[in-house]
Design a protein around this ligand. Sequence first.
Ligand SMILES: [Zn+2]
Ligand SMILES: [Zn+2]
Length: 280
Amino acid sequence: MMKEDIPLMFWGVRGTLPVCGKDKVEYGGHTSCASIFSPEGDLIVIDAGSGMKKLADSLVEKAEIKDKIIHILLTHFHLDHVWGLPFFAPLFSDEYTLIFYSDVSSAVVKRHLEKIMSGRLFPVNFSDTPSKKIFKRVSQKGFEIGEAEILSCPLNHPQGCVAYRINSGGGSVVFATDTEHPEKGVDKRLAAFSEGADIFIYDATFTPEDYKSLRKGWGHSTWLAGTEIAMEAKVKDLYLSHFSPDFSDAHIKDILSQAVKEFPRTHAAKEISECSEEEK
Ligand SMILES: [Zn+2]
Ligand SMILES: [Zn+2]
C-alpha cells in the first residue's frame, strides 16, 4: 500500500476507559480515535473517543482542512467511542462543518450526542455549539467522501457497531474494533468485507486466556482471533487496537511478540503514530 497516500494516524488505542501511568506511555492511554487524510485532502475521523482532543490540538497546530469540513465516522455510541467529542475544538467554531456518519438514523445520532452534552453532564448543549452539523446514515452499499469510497459492515457487539472500510488512493484501511469472534472459525462476513485490505485494525481487548475464562459474550475479541481473520482475509498488515485499560506497555509488547508468530505483519497500534513510522 502506498501509505503516504493515506496517512493513517491513531489518536487513541484503548478501549473502555482512558488510562495513564508510567507503564502506559508507549502505546498511550486515550480511547479510540483515528484519522485519515485522503489524497484529495479530506479529513476523515474514525471514532470520537478521548484521543479526539489530541487530534483537535494537532489540527490547530498545522492542518488546513479542506473547506473546513470534517467527516466523522461513528462506529457506535459506547462512551469510549464518543467522549472526546465534547472536547473537539472544531465543534465550537462556526467556521467548521462536521458531517457525522452512522448506521443509525440522524434522530438517533442527535439524541445520543445531545445526551452526553446536556443537562448536568456537560455545561454546553451539543445542539447549541456553533459548528454546522450534518448527519448521514450509511448503508452497506457504501458512499463517497471525495474520491475515497467508504463501506460499512455490521459487527458482533452489544447494541451494535459497524466496521468501516476506506478505499482511497490505491490503498485500503479496515477499522474493526468492538467485535466478538464466533465460537468456531472467523467472522466470515467481516473476513469477506476486509478481503485484501492493506491495513486491518482489529479489536484486541482481551488475551485469549482472559477471554476464555471470563469475558465471553462481552462483545470483544483477542489478538489471536485477529491473526486468524487477518490470514483468512489475506490482509497485508494487521494492527491490534482497542487494548484493555489494564494492559501495560510490556504486556502489549508480549502480546505483539506472540501475534507475529501467527501473522508476521502484525503491529500494535500506538497513539499518535503514523502506520508507516513503525516500519522504519
Ligand atoms: Zn469500545
Ligand atoms: Zn463498544
